[in-house]
Design a protein around this ligand. Structure first.
Ligand code: SME
Length: 169
């Protein structure tokens, strides 16, 4: 299988088709998240860590939910629980907006996962208009995430959101 540095339109379409197949075959949303992380990590050369964080569904009484590490590919991260007011991850989940950071060393919100990480993208996952989690990707390359990458990662997040929507209905 060939690895891709920058997704060309046809490469992105190929990957989307494979993702669509993966979504149809997934036996659960957790399974789908594992397969999406695996596929992106294998096929996209600059995606060095790919993982999901999901909002805690039943936080202890009186406590705000935190983001819990879900299925991922890449080295283990020290950040298994991220409060919504911390990190790039907290920023994306609390605003419901995609965050792209071209140089993590210049972003004071950044929580380091690996010293090799240079850039990051975090895309929220929505169920019925509400943020339920996010897809986080780290790269060892600066400015790794172009508009085409953003579109691809947002497509992945929407596939997972749709799957969760039907399985949580
Ligand atoms: N860098 C993230 C933390 C998660 S690790 O990258 C896997 C952040 O700043 O929220």
């Amino acid at each position: 299988m060939t690895k891709t540095t920058m997704p060309t339109a046809s490469k992105t379409e190929d990957i989307k088709k494979d993702l669509h197949r993966v979504a149809l075959a997934a036996t659960s949303s957790h399974h789908l998240m594992s397969e999406v992380a695996k596929l992106l990590h294998e096929r996209m050369l600059k995606y060095n860590w790919v993982g999901f964080y999901m909002l805690e569904q039943a936080p202890p009484a009186g406590q705000p939910p935190v983001l819990l590490l879900g299925p991922f590919q890449g080295a283990m991260t020290p950040h298994t629980r991220i409060p919504l007011n911390q990190g790039i991850c907290g920023a994306a989940a609390s605003t419901g907006k995609t965050v792209v950071v071209d140089d993590v060393s210049k972003d004071s919100r950044y929580l380091a996962c690996s010293v090799e990480t240079k850039s990051e993208i975090v895309v929220p996952v929505f169920v019925r208009g509400k943020v339920v989690g996010e897809l986080d990707i780290d790269s060892h390359f600066p400015s790794a995430f172009t508009a085409a990458d953003r579109e691809l990662v947002e497509y992945c997040a929407s596939l997972v959101g749709k799957h969760l929507e039907t399985s949580r209905s």
